[in-house]
Design a protein. Structure first.
Length: 327
């Protein structure tokens, strides 16, 4: 019985393969694959659109920001401790103070408070859903948890102002109706679904073999979760936390309603203070004349917020690449 070689030829009498004498085999595609080209074009267009939108945002900010810094020094803007952009004559640059530190401090303080709430609760929910909950419980609780992300932020703002603040006021001695701790706590619960959902996805993606190997070495479920699953999913967990930070920094309605409109340079969370997004919401409400100093300050605050978010995302990318593990 004769046998064919791997390239389709038959061996000669000495057992050596001979060249294929039949017609050449065409290995090219038999159809133009129009659908695949359309899909590729759509995906490239989507990626290009995101880049163009980012470029458009930077371009729209450039001219007003340049006009702002022709009247205000960069050092005064970044390191000044008094912000009075909406006080005095609306068209006078000299009777106002342009130190943005009060707004930045309030933004970071409320973000920090929200992370203190969101990270433990979010990671706890992720660990339970990924490692302890049954499939049936996971299908019920995860959609319910993600519903919190769809609640309008104005609802969270009124919740902080009318429920959380009256509860904390006698306990912590809060003076007035505004504080940074109330919107920070409520914002933390708003971020919990983001941290929990993305962290649970990252932990569920860890191969089952790692868990089985840990159990085989005598570890219990908690030890396996903390020492095996959590480190293996660390890149996804870091990305979830950083996404929560970005959302907290850019949140507007909660801080505009419950944190107050006083640009106060303080680190006391029991006092009210205005955040960067809170100032933008107040100044862009319709009373700011076009071409006025307060109008240009909106773009300066927006540009600073854009830079802060960009830096956070760059740090996130470096952390994710550093701790990413491939299986």
């Amino acid at each position: 019985m004769s046998t064919k070689t791997r390239d389709g030829g038959r061996p000669d009498s000495g057992g050596h393969p001979v060249a294929w004498e039949g017609p050449p085999v065409d290995l090219t595609a038999q159809s133009p694959r129009i659908g695949e080209k359309i899909i590729k074009a759509v995906l490239v267009s989507a990626a290009a659109l995101s880049v163009l939108v980012t470029v458009g945002i930077v371009a729209s900010l450039f001219a007003p920001v340049a006009e702002f810094f022709t009247h205000v020094g960069v050092g005064e803007f970044l390191f000044g401790t008094e912000w009075t952009a909406l006080f005095g004559d609306k068209f006078n640059w000299d009777d106002k103070s342009w130190g943005v530190l009060p707004l930045v401090t309030a933004t970071l303080m409320i973000t920090l408070i929200s992370l203190v709430v969101a990270v433990p609760f979010g990671l706890g929910a992720a660990i339970y859903l990924s490692e302890y909950a049954s499939q049936r419980v996971r299908k019920i609780f995860k959609p319910i948890l993600e519903i919190l992300a769809g609640v309008p932020t104005v609802v969270y703002g009124f919740l902080a102002l009318t429920v959380i603040t009256p509860i904390l006021k006698p306990l912590l001695g809060i003076e007035g109706i505004y504080s940074m701790i109330s919107p920070g706590i409520v914002m933390g619960f708003m971020i919990v679904p983001t941290v929990a959902s993305l962290s649970e996805d990252a932990m569920s993606a860890v191969p089952l073999a790692l868990r089985q190997g840990s159990y085989a070495l005598g570890a219990n479920r908690m030890q396996t979760t903390v020492r095996v699953v959590f480190p293996a999913a660390l890149s996804g967990i870091v990305a979830a936390v950083v996404l929560g930070i970005s959302r907290a920094i850019g949140e507007t309605m909660i801080v505009a309603i419950a944190a107050g409109n006083l640009p106060l340079f303080t680190a006391d969370p029991l006092k009210g203070a205005q955040t960067m997004t809170g100032f933008i919401a107040q100044a862009a409400s319709g009373d700011t004349p076009h071409g006025s100093p307060s109008y240009y300050s909106l773009f300066a605050i927006g540009a600073l917020l854009f830079v802060m978010t960009l830096l956070i995302n760059m740090i996130s990318i470096r952390l994710v690449r550093k701790y990413r593990q491939a299986y």
